[in-house]
Design a binder for this molecule. Structure first.
Ligand code: UDX
Length: 437
């Protein structure tokens, strides 16, 4: 099929590339000239495993190209995926949906034959209904310009795999025509076993934020447990293993540590609380404020712990940090707990050297005053304290012998609860983690 993808950031670039890979002809609409130029040359503006190779291949074959013209987008095909960003608004906790509004307003006047616009962006419930009305009003095709809402659940680091092999396909529609078109479009994935949920707009929109709210709640739950474990001498990893064996609970997303970050979970739960307030059901969502508070407190606790580990005075303390990205296999530092902690330590007078295998450049853009090292070992040169904050596999490989003669004091904090602290302790290191013995 000939399809278009409006907004070629994380979600859009991945969707456009993966759909071209599946054999569709794809036109990506991207208004940012730098992003568009990079994509047209087959370059991905972020680090995402497998995406760059796949993008280049499909750009080279002509299956995927990019434009900045809505007229060309409307003319190219009849299935248009809206993948623009919905960041947190500058002055409130709400999601800023102006990019979605602009995409619909930009495309609609060019839709002069039947078309299906498919929203994939994460939006506050009620947006699809509004956008559907706007589409019908602005499109020369009127009611033949239909809208469906089809949220995307991809994880950074697994974006290509999640797009090609979704664990479910959720489609919010107003009638059976849009459903049929999308069932046909997603046939390879449906045949592959992906469950399909056909529902209304509001439910489809809510599914996405509810899923992220649940994941965030799971993480904050285990982080709250970590604090209790610390107060009682219990071990949160054993606890998570034990409760995780209960299939009703499950072990995934029960890794206690410095908390969640990234471009989705934090802003999505805040936007959800905000929207609940507008809908008059704020009380029902109060727990999500606590989820956010627990998450924020984890970061603050690490700053206090680091202070204690360097002897009570951060001023002039030398701290080596492993990790800046909000999670491994990503160069994304948006709302990254690792970078937040490094920044706070720096602002408190510590001399902080950060190493991240992929995110040093993006981290330096958002926090230029930190020092960035070229290797994990160099980050620890003369350090009084080493902080492990993003669980890249290469940090697991580092042994106490690697840091012999490098650090000034053998003191290690594991903010992700994955290092083998026994081996570090037996090599004479002082160690600490969150919620661990
Ligand atoms: C998330 C959702 O998982 C995805 O479905 C949605 O489409 C977008 O938001 P992503 O932002 O890529 O994906 O990150 P995710 O893998 O969910 O991790 C989020 C954060 O939680 C990371 O900072 C991670 O380190 C943290 N985390 C995750 C934990 O602290 N503990 C865990 O057990 C799991």
């Amino acid at each position: 099929m000939r399809i278009t993808v409006i907004g070629c950031g994380y979600l859009g670039a991945t969707h456009a590339t993966a759909m071209a890979e599946l054999g569709h002809e794809v036109l990506g609409m991207e208004i940012d000239p730098d992003k568009r130029a990079a994509l047209s040359e087959g370059q991905v503006p972020m680090y995402e495993p497998h995406l760059a190779e796949m993008l280049r291949k499909n750009v080279d074959s002509g299956a995927l190209r990019f434009t900045d013209s809505y007229a060309e987008t409307a003319a190219f095909g009849d299935l248009h995926f809206v993948c623009v960003g919905t960041p947190q608004a500058a002055e409130s906790l709400a999601a800023d949906v102006s990019q979605v509004e602009n995409a619909i307003s930009g495309l609609a006047p060019h839709l002069d034959r039947p078309a299906l616009v498919v929203g994939k962006s994460t939006v506050p419930v009620g947006t699809a209904e509004r956008m559907s009305a706007r589409l019908a009003e602005l499109a020369p095709a009127g009611g033949e310009a239909m809208l469906a809402w089809n949220p995307e659940f991809l994880r950074e680091g697994f974006a290509v795999q999640d797009t090609l092999h979704p664990d479910r396909i959720v489609i919010g529609v107003q009638d059976g025509r849009a459903e049929k078109l999308l069932r046909d479009f997603y046939a390879p994935m449906i045949d592959d076993g992906a469950p399909v949920v056909i529902t209304d707009y509001a439910t489809a929109e809510l599914v996405k934020v509810a899923a992220n709210a649940f994941l965030a709640t799971k993480i904050s739950f285990i982080n709250a447990m970590a604090e209790v474990c610390e107060a009682t001498g219990a071990d949160v990893v054993d606890l998570a293993d034990a409760i995780g064996y209960d299939e009703r609970i499950g072990r995934r997303f029960l890794n206690a540590g410095i908390g969640f970050g990234g471009g989705c979970l934090p802003k999505d739960i805040r936007a959800f609380v905000h929207r609940a307030g507008e809908l008059g059901v704020e009380d029902a969502m109060t727990f999500l404020r606590h989820v956010d508070d627990v998450n924020q407190r984890q970061r603050e606790r690490v700053v206090h712990i680091a202070k204690a580990m360097v002897g009570g005075d951060l001023s002039g303390a030398r701290i080596g940090v492993w990790g800046a990205a909000f999670k491994p296999d990503s160069d994304d530092v948006r709302d990254s707990p690792a970078l937040w902690i490094s920044g706070q330590l720096h602002l408190s007078g510590a001399r902080v050297r950060v190493y991240d295998p992929r995110a040093s450049t993006t981290a330096a853009q958002s926090f230029p005053t930190l020092t960035y090292a070229d290797s994990a070992i160099e980050a620890c040169r003369d350090a009084d304290l080493v902080l492990h904050l993003t669980e890249w596999p290469e940090f697991l490989e580092i042994t106490p012998a690697d840091l012999e003669g490098v650090v000034s004091r053998p003191v290690l904090f594991d903010g992700r609860n994955v290092l083998d602290l026994d081996s570090w302790r037996s090599a004479g290191w002082t160690t600490r983690a969150l919620g661990r013995r």
